[in-house]
Design a binder for this molecule. Sequence first.
Ligand SMILES: Cc1cc2nc3c(=O)[nH]c(=O)nc-3n(C[C@H](O)[C@H](O)[C@H](O)COP(=O)(O)OP(=O)(O)OC[C@H]3O[C@@H](n4cnc5c(N)ncnc54)[C@H](O)[C@@H]3O)c2cc1C
Length: 384
Amino acid sequence: MDFGLTDEQELLRQTAASFVARVCPPERAKQWDDEYTYPPELISGFAEMGWLGLPLAEEVGGGGGTAQEVVIIGEELGRASLDVAQCYALTLMAALVIADYGTASMKSDLLPRIIAGDRRLSIGMSEPDAGSDVAALRTTAVLDGDDFIVNGQKMWCTGAGLPNTEILAYVRTDPTAEKKHQGLSAILIDPTADGVELRQIPTLARHILGTYEVFLDDVRVSGDKLVGALNNGWHVMLGGIDFERVLISGGYVGAAQATLDEALEHAKSRHQFGRPVGEFQALTHALADLQTEIDAARLLVQRAAWLHSVGKPCGPQASMAKLKGSETYVAAARLGMQICAGTGFSTESVMSFRWRESIVAPISGGTSQIQRNAIARSLGLRGY
Ligand SMILES: Cc1cc2nc3c(=O)[nH]c(=O)nc-3n(C[C@H](O)[C@H](O)[C@H](O)COP(=O)(O)OP(=O)(O)OC[C@H]3O[C@@H](n4cnc5c(N)ncnc54)[C@H](O)[C@@H]3O)c2cc1C
């Protein structure tokens, strides 16, 4: 059993850490969030490092890497902020779907542009009445000659308002299908097309990417924008879900670790009653417990990443990584606020930013309850 990183993986970790220090230290990530700014140097930086193609197959111009390498990058980016890690993960998640299910022209034209940082993808699963129960989605795409005519509404489309973005949207193409998860398809929608309207949703955080409501009114989408087979959208949606959970869980662990490190620094430097507040056992034990939780989360993420990278099934393990990682980030930010106390409560503090953005970790990408349901199913329980 080997719990360490290989020399190459350690080099990748160090490279990612110096990228964060140079391009997106936490204070800068907070400023981007405060100013609702998506900095071009972030995506161009990912592209220059070769990270956007890293887990894609070499045949489509990728680096042939595995979930293990991607998680290393995700953890370091998470130290900047979860939103920064998400800037990396989001397009990658959708790109992996294109690599698996896209048409030949998507693979030869779109994927190289994504790898070069010239195109981005957003994911449109959720709708006003389809959150956890995503198969209940109602947006329709009806064939009209060679095109689809799309009508409906998507919710929470992260990054949909950024330039050069397409939405990988899941739509209902066969409303007569017997079961709700049948008759769905995946298509790419251009958010600047006629009939598409976006509204940015005011949120506690996630301001770097922005999160959008997407209104679709008789939007004409060329039939060659279909991703995967017609009416096979459920399969496409689930195809990359384990990788997605593992990938973003790396970000949670990095964000939680950075939060602890920042709280620790405060605990060591802030003096009350003639000593650093970190010497009070109430805080010492809380920090020790938190580091233990973070290490447990990291090991769960690494286990799921390893299983995925050697081609073994990892559904429940990916859910455990997502559950533990996201909840640990929330716990870290809550403790960090208590330790930083008044300093943390100031919205000028990085800790207040950590706290704001941590809240979404156990919600987006499948709530903690949904992860528990998936884990329960692996125990032979109904879990719904
Ligand atoms: C900032 C942000 C970014 C997002 N980005 C995207 C994106 O890019 N693309 C996208 O498609 N979606 C995105 N989402 C949507 C996200 O995936 C959903 O918010 C999430 O799946 C939960 O859906 P909901 O918010 O509608 O909550 P609901 O599904 O309405 O759930 C409400 C509560 O009920 C619980 N619950 C529901 N069903 C069950 C059950 N069976 N068992 C136990 N408890 C249950 C939930 O856990 C939750 O606590 C984003 C959301 C946020 C907040």
